[in-house]
Design a protein around this ligand. Structure first.
Ligand SMILES: Cc1ncc(COP(=O)(O)O)c(C=O)c1O
Length: 386
């Protein structure tokens, strides 16, 4: 029945497809980014208490004041960033904050600069708003942002520049000097910078995250997007937020009110409590992933894989050609589920045009036994390919 004939719906995401295939075949899922370590008990207890003891009716459209204050407090402590409650909008996950921002700011015909590899929600949202996507690329192994390429593509037709630091999948960060240069270009062309910072807390190797909101030239023209799902490893909670100057937050809130309007109050209370936990708690929570990261890198290297280990996120990238494998990333990932019993994500799926095809992404936010079993299987698989 052609009830929806003519609709060009976006394809189901690679993450969903790979997870489904892994579940059907019993493969170890190092594809989609979700941890299998125990949930932080403090957050679960806080959500339970809030469900039983607080109102379960619509909370304020902008988010609970307690959560907006907690977000401001967390950024003041962790990033030396001053935002006040009026500069915070709580959303149903970072994805909704991205959607509300893009739908608010991009008008039909506006150009939007996107940096590949990119999170897969950006392009469909820009297109849905009628924007024209222009791409620049990070290049491995350092994945640094090419300022010359940015300078050549930015113009007075550009409305929005979408950044993602730390970057998923590369795990690379944009440093302060680069952000300052971006700020100068953005001011010159009156461009707004939408910065997806959901991985800001998942850092290793002493890496430091710099938010564009701490760069003077960007303070009034950048939007910072965060996600409790990533900070607390509770990806299913879908509690996110946008922080920006009041004028921008006011405008984005106007879209948010017709997308989800609000976010479950019990989860907002729990996230507020979690953000207020001491810095030592947050450091220990992050450190839980350092072991898995080191374990996966060591295991893969021993099996002959060449690993590009970024300094952030829950992921590492493998360079297939350098590992002696001639398959494309997609062919590798399609075969690794049935043949190796391990799901991975092809890096080409993070590109909308001219993809890199020789890299795969693996998630290390898993227990030791899962990682060891995956490495053992991937070692046998590599041996069968070379
Ligand atoms: C770069 C990036 N942005 C946004 C999201 C989505 O965050 P949320 O689950 O809070 O919507 C993800 C999730 O993987 C991500 O990697």
């Amino acid at each position: 029945m052609a009830v929806i004939a003519g609709l060009a719906a976006p394809a189901t995401t690679i993450f969903e497809r790979m997870s489904r295939a892994a579940a059907q075949t019993g493969a170890i899922n190092l594809g989609q980014g979700f941890p299998d370590l125990p949930d932080p008990p403090e957050l679960i207890a806080a959500a339970q208490a809030a469900l039983a003891g607080k109102s379960n009716q619509y909370p304020p459209m902008r988010g609970l004041p307690a959560l907006r204050q907690a977000i401001a407090g967390f950024y003041a402590r962790e990033q030396g960033l001053t935002v006040d409650e009026r500069e915070v909008l709580v959303t149903s996950g970072a994805t909704e904050a991205l959607a509300a921002s893009i739908l608010t700011l991009v008008r039909p015909g506006d150009e939007v600069i996107l940096v590949q590899p990119l999170y897969d929600a950006y392009v469909p949202l820009v297109q849905r708003a009628g924007g024209i996507a222009r791409f620049i690329n990070l290049t491995p192994p350092e994945w640094t942002l090419p300022l010359d390429a940015l300078a050549s593509v930015i113009s007075d037709r550009t409305r929005l520049l979408i950044l993602n630091t730390p970057n998923n999948p590369a795990g690379s960060l944009i440093d302060r000097a680069t952000l300052e240069a971006i700020g100068r270009l953005a001011e010159q062309h009156n461009v707004i910078v939408l910065c997806d910072e959901v991985w800001e807390a998942m850092l290793s190797d002493g890496a430091a995250h710099v938010s564009p909101l701490t760069v003077p030239g960007l303070r009034q023209r950048a939007i910072k997007i965060g996600s409790a799902g990533k900070i607390f490893s509770l990806t299913g909670w879908k509690v996110g937020w946008a922080c920006a100057a009041p004028e921008l937050i006011e405008a984005i809130g106007a879209s948010h009110q017709f997308l989800t309007f609000t976010t479950p109050p019990a989860l907002q209370w729990a996230v507020a409590e979690g953000l207020a936990l001491p810095a030592e708690w947050h450091a220990a929570h992050r450190a839980r992933y350092h072991t898995g990261r080191a374990r996966l890198i060591a295991g893969l290297e021993q099996a002959g894989y060449v690993v590009l280990a970024g300094a952030a996120t829950w992921f590492v990238t493998v360079d297939l050609a350098a590992s002696g494998i001639t398959l494309t990333d997609t062919a590798f990932c399609e075969r690794s589920i049935p043949e190796a019993g391990v799901a991975a994500i092809p890096i080409s799926s993070f590109y909308a045009e001219a993809p890199l095809t020789g890299y795969i992404r693996l998630c290390f936010a898993k227990g030791d036994d899962t990682l060891d079993a995956a490495v053992e299987r991937l070692a046998i698989f590599r041996a069968s390919l070379i």
